[in-house]
Design a protein around this ligand. Sequence first.
Ligand code: HAM
Length: 422
Amino acid sequence: MKKNQIKTVKGFNEVLPPESFRWRQVEDKFRNLLEGYGFAELRLALLEPTELFARSIGDETDIVEKEMYTFRDRSERSLTLRPEGTASVVRAFNQYSLGKLSEINKLYYSGPMFRYERPQKGRYRQFHQLGAEVFGEASFYQDAETLVMLAQLFHTLSIEGVNLHLNSLGCAACRPAYRDKLKSFLLERRSSLCGDCQRRIQENPLRALDCKNPACREAVLGAPQINHSLCDDCRAHFSGLCGLLDDVGLEYQVDSQLVRGLDYYTRTTFEFLAGDLGAQNAVAAGGRYDLLVEELGGKPTPAFGFAIGFERLMMLAGDKLAPSTSPFAALVPLGEAALRRLFPLHVSLNRNARVTTLGFQQKSLKSQLKKADKDGVMYALIVGPDELDQGIAICRNMRTKEQTQLSLNNLEEALRELYDEC
Ligand code: HAM
C-alpha cells in the first residue's frame, strides 16, 4: 500500500467479495429461519444517546466504562455508536409503542456494532451481529424455542461442535440476597482482585465473576453460585427450560460462572461456544431481561433475545458455502460494430437478472474467453465481423467447449431458453 493511501480505522472489519456473497447467503438463511418462526425485521439507528447504553448495559460494565465510541456532536450531545443491539431494540419498542400492536413482538436485526476492544482473531472494533428479541412472553417455553431455533441455524449451516452453556441469574426477588453473599466473599479476598473488581464490589459484585484477569479468576474460585440461591419461581423456570431442552435432545451444560458482560439479564443466560474459534469462542449469546423494558421507561414486559457474532459464525460456516454467483453468459464482441450490436442485448438481459457480461475493451478472442472462464460463465456468445454479416452468434458451451450457431435476431430468446434449461 502506498504511503499516501487512506486506510480503515484499526479493527474496523469490512466484508469484500467474494466473502460478501457468503455473508449474504448466511443472512438469507437467518432471515428465512427467523421469519418462519414469526420474527419481523427492525432496521435500527447506528448512533444513540449515550445514556441508553449506560442505563441498560450498565454503568459499571467493561463495555460502558472502556469500550464505547462516545463523542459529542455539534450540539454538545453525548452520542455513542451502538456497541450492541438489544438496548436499541428496547428503545425502539418503547418509542414506537410496539407492545400495543400485538401481545407478543418478535423482532430481528442485523448490522455493525462498535466496541473499542483489543483487535485479534474473532474480535474487532467494528463487528457485525445477527440478533433477535422477543417481547411479551415470560414462559420458559420461549427460552427453549429460541435456543432450539439457534441450534437449527447452526445445523442448517452444517456447523458442528457448538456447545450450549446455560445459567440462571435469578430475579429481583432472589438476586439481592445472592449479591450480598458474593459481596462478603469478595471483600474477604479484596486484595487479590484487580482494581476494577475492587471498585465494583459494592455496586456490581457479579462483574468479578466475568473478569478475565487471571488473578481475579483464581480469587473467585469457590465463590457462592447464583443457581444455589434461586427463588422457587426462578428455579422452576430454569428446570422447566432444561426439561424442554432434554425433551427435544438439545444438549447443554449448566455453567454457574456464566454471568455475561451486560447488566440487564434476569433468569436465563446462555452462550454457544465453539472450540474451533480459539480464544474468542462465543459465537452467539443472550438471555432473558424481564426488567429492561420498564427500566427504560416502558410498561413491564418480559423479554428474551440473542445475538450471533457474524464474523465468528462465518469462520465456522465459511468454506461450506458457494463462493459467489457467476453471470450466466459472456457476450464476446470482436470489433466495434459487434460491440455496438451486442450492447442493447446485454442491457435488456440484465434488466431482469444479472446474467451477462460484455467486454467494452475490444480485447482478443483468446483473452475474452479466458476472462469468461475465470468468471465461471456457462456460455460465451461470440460475434465478430463475419458473424455480423451472416446474422449469427457462435454459442460456446464453456464446460464442454461445444459450439453451435444462434440467430442474432433471436439471441435474447435463445439465451433465456438456455438459462431456463439450467
Ligand atoms: P454479547 O455477548 O456482548 O451480547 O455479543 C454477542 C456476540 O457478538 C458474541 O457472542 C460474539 O459472537 C459477538 N461479539 C461481541 N463482541 C465482539 C467483537 N468485539 N468482535 C467480534 N464479535 C463480537 C450482546 O451483544 C447482547 N446484545 C446479546 C443479547 C441479545 N442478549 C439479549 N438479546
